[in-house]
Design a protein around this ligand. Sequence first.
Ligand SMILES: CC(C)(COP(=O)(O)OP(=O)(O)OC[C@H]1O[C@@H](n2cnc3c(N)ncnc32)[C@H](O)[C@@H]1OP(=O)(O)O)[C@@H](O)C(=O)NCCC(=O)NCCS
Length: 204
Amino acid sequence: MSAPPKTVLQASPAEAEAIREAVRHADVSSLGMGRARAELKHVPGLVALLSDERVSGPIYDLPRPITEDSVTRWVAENQAQALAGEALLLVTLDERGEVSGYSHIVVWPERSAAELAGAVRADLQNRGRGSAGMAHTFGWIFETLGVRMMCLTAALDNIRSQKGIDAAGFVRMGERDAVRPDGTIRRSVYWEMTRDDWRMRHRL
Ligand SMILES: CC(C)(COP(=O)(O)OP(=O)(O)OC[C@H]1O[C@@H](n2cnc3c(N)ncnc32)[C@H](O)[C@@H]1OP(=O)(O)O)[C@@H](O)C(=O)NCCC(=O)NCCS
């Protein structure tokens, strides 16, 4: 289950409502080519994507097992949470219109905070695009959704994620037990970053 940052920020009611509005109305096409909010029509593509352990294996907050039913529920829950301004489940569609990746952004408006998880299809991995793609998404979350804090976790052996997150300037803050939906625990590296640090580092 997604967990908010260890560091607690307090958003004013106005800031929290602005974040909710940003999540509800964000133009996700500004995140990049082929990006769209996940809808029920994407369920077969998501099931195909996530059934591949090379894609879903390292991710703790996915529905398990991956089935048509569990993914349908997951998409529908995220649509409801998007209306509440508390989550965005996005797909990436390739030139053939097939689901080639996904991003799951969980938002805690009252804490001005967000967490990101995601993956790309196996044939698109290991091409050296991961770090740039991650940095682009982190910047989009800070600037488009307006949160002041992000946290991330990655499995202790997930070198590719760790490299991308470190390269973006996130600060390691020890480890964390990430809890899967079935209650099992995955020990994870834990990072945080503030929007101020992001802007300073990326000279915005
Ligand atoms: C994580 C993911 C998005 C990274 O994207 P990617 O395109 O495969 O990653 P890259 O090829 O750009 O590799 C990322 C970095 O790891 C490095 N790397 C890759 N394999 C490595 C290895 N075995 N040892 C050391 N470094 C390695 C790359 O050189 C690159 O470093 P650089 O940015 O300094 O050049 C993608 O692999 C993925 O979807 N994985 C499955 C799901 C997942 O792990 N999601 C994240 C959960 S937190």
